[in-house]
Design a binder for this molecule. Sequence first.
Ligand code: NDP
Length: 479
Amino acid sequence: MNIQNYINGQYANPLNNEWLDNYCPSNGDIYGQIPNSSKEDIELAYQAAKEAFQTWSQTTPEERSRILIKISELLEQNLERFAEAESKDNGKPVSLANTVDIPRAASNFRFFGNAITQFASESHESVGQDAINYTLRQPIGVVGCISPWNLPLYLFTWKIAPAIAAGNCVVAKPSEVTPMTAYLLGEICTKAGLPKGVLNIVHGLGTTTGQAIVEHPEIKAISFTGGTTTGAHIARTAAPMFKKLSLELGGKNPNLIFADCDYEDMLNTTVRSSFANQGQICLCGSRIFVEAGIYKRFKADFIAKVKTLKVGHPSKSDTNIGALVSKPHLEKVLGYIERAEEENNTILCGGKKVSVAGFENGYYLEPTVIEVTSNECNTNQEEIFGPVVTIMPFSTEDEALKIANDVKYGLSAALWTNNLKRTMRLSAKLQVGIVWVNTWMLRDLRTPFGGMKASGVGREGGFEALRFFTEAKNVCIKY
Ligand code: NDP
């Protein structure tokens, strides 16, 4: 299926008429073409957004809310179609797209549709000075949203929904490897009554189409989710123009498992936090550290469970692990496994490509567990972003904290313990933006989301996202 850009409320071919192949990860076939858009398409999208901003920025929060909630309802009504498209494009099990990706994309619109009606101005009375201050939260104008391939519609809408809820108009680019559901979203937005030009979706390569969004002098804010290297490049490009930036980047998240945890719950959740979405979630717990007293038991039980995971075609209901997103990504992950062995780490299970009958050219990989001897090895320091986790024992709480923090990333951590004091101590000291205690990926959309260190700058989620997508202006009145 070939797709088009969505600019000014209409589907259109790229101006240069250049196209890129879109590959199906589950069988390696080319199944369509996508626009290889140039900076001229970005300019067209910008002009449409600029024009739409004149009226969209003047609408009431209630008017915007009504349209966002309508988009959410239409996504829910089209759940199967979107889930199938997401699974085919990305390689993820359709059961995951059905239950997580698409429902969550719909929730993003519903949540920010509601949140904007509750986004009140602050006011401060300057007592003794006969003055009152109030803060206007005004939309920025035209903003850019750039998203990755791992949770395509989920992360695309995580940015777009708050941006338009706050009264901005958007030029957005999904990952070139997974453009399909972003393409379908255009049609839904038109049906929901989103005025033309409020959302413009331009497909193409990061280094050209994405770069043109970041370089555009009139696109005043960029919300970006993707790799740390790309994030640093975007920050350098945007800095001289003083753009607002929100960067949600990579992670190498620690799972700290203490002997006093609820063992079965920990074991089942740790399998999920390791391999959900083929391990291609920035929040996956890729470094597992286990208290020495239960290390041997954990190692045996964990491997036994991992071996039961079924690698298969994403459309099959019993598939736990689908295909990796692309051939280059599969090769990259295999390269990390090879290097793990060169570093004298031990592959406890997995590590090899899987040939799924009938789909032999698909990008399948066994879920892989590597035992490392030190947290300092590259395998424990670099983001692999595939179905690969490491395990290692620790002796004391201090040691656990040290190795958890001893990495350049700082996105999330999971802590497994029933000791309240330890929970409070470690949660305060872990250098991450999100700590889960006795759970993983339980998300409340009102909470701040984002990372420290090389995992990013800024926070999204709840009012944090609405703050990012607005300019605060203080008005001080002397009476
Ligand atoms: P990339 O950084 O390669 O790409 C992300 C997006 O940026 C894509 O749309 C890409 O386009 C685009 N892009 C690439 N180069 C540029 C550029 N010079 N200017 C503007 N845009 C550009 O990341 P991946 O798609 O490979 O995603 C995986 C990464 O995302 C992992 O590191 C993961 O940890 C991180 N991530 C972080 C999350 C978080 O919330 N912190 C959540 C999910 C993922 P194209 O694909 O066409 O190259």
